[in-house]
Write a protein that binds this ligand. Structure first.
Ligand SMILES: Cc1ncc(COP(=O)(O)O)c(C=O)c1O
Length: 379
């Protein structure tokens, strides 16, 4: 009765334990990477004020409202020095939809793509749903791009997918690593898909380098991003991809067959937010900077968790040192200690002894409480 592809695709790793956590009284969720901040009331009120405007209730053009596409294109010029025409921007109902649009546009059944693990689980799920092979290449011990292995597998693949800054790793891929990757990709027909959803969320003076700046392979680069994290609006469903103009034209077929367009009202909100984005983004990043610093300090006090490099995004991704199976451990943490964190297996088989901790969902006081519960684990 059901598709074999869908049946064999892993369940979203956050659903099962997330449901148990939500039914467990007084359980603190450090599970989902959803920000607890939201846009200023004034901006939301301005949007609602015009609710009778017919524009709010119609489809927008498939690739999005011109003004929004133009604002996003201009941002690449202003922030990364990369000239971008508005025709290179496709606004989508979220970055997940952007990824699947892009994947459908470049792969045929049986093709392969490289995922750098720990990967963002929905990327792996999307590949499975399309019946394509994933070659999972783990980050090195130092959490660096494994360039030799990438070079080895490149001749077999249609695309390489990176998430930078990383979910779940919280890792930032450096400019040098990306430039080495660019060298490998020159004169190939391999796409580089770079999910830069957390582009603004870097800490410890680490800077994010966007793959859009890799000008020698600019016709092979697709950037995916989201407004969910940037502005604290995951429920409004707006993301986009930045790609060569031809790619936008081809992939419009996919957009038209799936989401058609991002919700009109959400696009209008994002236009408003982008107009005032400079101060808003820095406020939100500062909130996350504090949460990150606190979480890193508290993690260092927990002897059964060994930190890995985390300088960005919403996550810590420590190695767990108990002898317990990680999934059982995560369940025990929910039921006996009232803290929900996500087992690493959902992010790739090489990471089954790791746990993803999101510090974005809660305020500093709740982080303190959650880590003190984690510290009290008897194992
Ligand atoms: C790396 C990454 N890409 C995409 C998404 C999904 O973003 P959106 O809400 O825009 O679909 C997330 C959400 O957690 C993410 O972490």
């Amino acid at each position: 009765m059901y598709s074999k592809r869908v049946i064999s695709t892993q369940d979203p790793p956050l659903v099962k334990l997330g449901n148990i956590a939500s039914k467990t009284s007084n359980c603190i969720s450090l599970g989902q990477g959803a920000p607890y901040y939201q846009p200023p009331k004034q901006i939301l009120e301005n949007i609602i004020h015009n609710i009778e405007d017919p524009l709010y209730h119609r489809y927008t053009p498939d690739p999005g409202l011109y003004e929004l596409r133009k604002l996003v294109a201009d941002k690449y010029q202003q922030e990364y020095g990369v000239y971008t025409d508005y025709n290179q921007i496709m606004i989508t109902p979220g970055a997940n939809q952007a990824f699947i649009n892009c994947l459908i546009s470049i792969v045929d059944e049986g093709d392969s793509i490289i995922l750098i693990s720990p990967y963002y689980f929905n990327h792996e799920m999307a590949a499975n749903l399309l019946n394509i092979h994933t070659i999972n290449i783990p980050l090195s011990k130092e959490f660096m791009l494994p360039l030799d292995q990438i070079a080895f597998h490149l001749p077999k693949v249609k695309a390489i997918v990176i998430v930078n800054p990383g979910n779940p790793s919280g890792n930032v891929i450096s400019r040098q690593e990306l430039q080495h990757l660019e060298e490998l990709l020159i004169d190939t027909n391999v796409w580089l898909i770079s999910d830069e959803t957390y582009e603004y969320f870097t800490y410890n003076n680490i800077k994010h380098f966007s793959a859009s700046s890799l000008q020698r392979i600019k016709d092979q680069v697709i950037i995916i991003s989201s407004f969910s994290k940037t502005f604290g609006i995951p429920g409004w469903r707006v993301g986009y991809y930045h790609a060569p103009n031809d790619f936008i034209t081809i992939s419009t077929k996919v957009q038209d067959t799936t989401g058609i367009c991002a919700p009109a009202i959400s696009q209008i909100l994002v236009i408003e937010l982008l107009r005032s984005h400079k101060y808003l983004i820095s406020d939100f990043v500062n909130i996350m900077k504090k949460n990150h610093e606190l979480a890193v300090d508290l993690l260092a006090e927990i002897h059964w968790l060994e930190a890995t490099p985390s300088n960005a995004a919403y996550y810590l991704f420590p190695h767990q040192l108990t002898s317990m199976d990680t999934e059982k451990l995560a369940m025990k943490l929910i039921t006996d200690y009232g803290v929900y964190i996500v087992p690493g297996i959902g992010f790739g088989r090489d990471w089954s002894n790791y746990l993803r901790i999101s510090f974005a969902n809660v305020d500093e006081e709740t982080i303190q409480e959650a880590f003190s519960r984690l510290k009290s684990l008897k194992y």
